[in-house]
Ligand binder design. Sequence first.
Ligand code: UDX
Ligand code: ADP
Length: 480
Amino acid sequence: MVKICCIGAGYVGGPTMAVIALNCPSIEVVVVDISVTRISAWNSDQLPIYEPGLNEVVKQCKGRNLFFSTDVEKHVSEADIIFVSVNTPTKTRGLGAGKAADLTYWESAARMIADVSKSNKIVVEKSTVPVKTAEAIERILTHNSKGIKYQILSNPEFLAEGTAIQDLFKPDRVLIGGRETPDGLKAIQALKDVYAHWVPEDRIITTNLWSAELSKLAANAFLAQRISSVNAMSALCEATGADVSQVSHAVGKDSRIGPKFLDASVGFGGSCFQKDILNLVYICECNGLAEVANYWKQVIKVNDYQKNRFVNRVVSSMFNTVSGKKIGIMGFAFKKDTGDTRETPAIDVCKGLLGDKARLSIYDPQVTADQIQRDLTMNKFDWDHPIHLQPMSPTGVKQVSIAWDAYEASKDAHALCILTEWDEFKTLDYRRIFDNMQKPAFVFDGRNVVNVEMLRDIGFIVYSIGKPLDPWLKNMPAVA
Ligand code: UDX
Ligand code: ADP
């Protein structure tokens, strides 16, 4: 029986291994992690991450051929194929601070693999890492090999949160990079055989190591670039009276462009886009490609501009001050259908409003109060460390309260800010909300989810990203 071990039971490792286990009953899959609470949660009925469909998949194979354990060394030593899916934070100090990836957790996983292995292993990079990481890992392993042979593969994961299970069941492609040597090709084939249980062969692409590593960074950079492009357009739409939804619909009808990833928003978030672009920028700079680095940097600058622009809209619309005013924050996760808050635009927007002394009442159907307090007190980039190493927030932010539902968050508020596109925000009883708010009552829709006309008819002053401006907002300064 082939044995797979995955180091790192997070958003990538957990769902990916569950789908492998379900589709490959002949393979034993063990997911290991240093976090005791994370592993206990995987072993309970309350999984540590919220992902539609994940519960059902895990239920079917947990205890059969899918296991979760903290006994990292035992399962690594027994495995034939080891996936590494650990944190790769952005460095906050030293060389490359604010840009380069910090490979501390990767390196310690590699050294541990070298320490405990007694048989040949295929080691698979699953977390996104800078190009040439595989080479560095290969060096660590071969210099500590004790006669054991290692093959390193890069098999980047393209799943998006919220749709992880369907992405894993029907991937657009599976990418496997490896050495173009006989042993390298054999390792590629072994991993291909795993995916071939459910992925059509023509969707499994094989490349050399560097191409696979770079493709992941490039794919995320291209996706983020589309969002920054449409967000840049949203500012121009507001200035000219065009409607960004109509513009992106018309643009996306061009089959060369396509309709996806053209929704204007308060900004993109998530654990990958910003981190991967910063990484790409750093790699370009290290290779003397300043123009290329600057090109990609602009994608992040526009994203920051979009978040600032939103905060400025809120403050300037409300007579240039939100001091002491209650603002209901609708949604905190970085997108709908996930409880993940990593790099969510809500953090920057909330911090911006708190900077102007607003009182915030935050509601998100999937994010815990603890997580919100932690996010609002954490330094930039500190989120990407194993949970037990993340700083706690002993006090929390005083001007922030957490609400149980949208109605509580909006009660007596001067304004609502919609920061995540949860479906339930489309069908709220906005008449009831209006009646319970201070007047004038504002709605700032950072995700274009509300029916603007209907809300204006109720009496709200409405701002919706990239849409023709409410007369109230027309003469207010909008830029950061
Ligand atoms: C992304 C990539 O899509 C995935 O392939 C990769 O493996 C990891 O990074 P993820 O971050 O989970 O996935 O979610 P994604 O759906 O890409 O959304 C990222 C951010 O962009 C979210 O904040 C989302 O709200 C925002 N977004 C997305 C927009 O603002 N507009 C869009 O049109 C699409
Ligand atoms: P991703 O979104 O890439 O899955 P996460 O942060 O959700 O990232 O998950 C990474 C996991 O890796 C965390 O649960 C963390 O505890 C775990 N981890 C980090 N370093 C090690 C290690 N050396 N051994 C085992 N697990 C590790």
